[in-house]
Ligand binder design. Sequence first.
Ligand code: SF4
Length: 86
Amino acid sequence: MDSSKSQTRKEALRTLIVLPTLAGAIALGTATADAADNKGQFKYQDTPGSGGKKCSGCRFFKAPHGCSIVTGTISPNGWCIAWAKR
Ligand code: SF4
């Protein structure tokens, strides 16, 4: 067998294996980053929303600074678009 053809096949096979693996790793990294901080996704702010709606009055609030939807530390006086009356 011609060694240059064999080398080309090896490179093609390597590309077929590496590219999907790389794409999966990038997708996984993006998903992990999104899960780490979703404040932007829910338009979280450290101040009350319209009508004085606050995290402390939301059913998803977990005292003293947590939320079952928005990740990370939140303020009891904050607000986001997922707000729902307690
Ligand atoms: S869902 Fe939004 S409004 Fe409700 S506690 Fe969490 S961050 Fe605050």
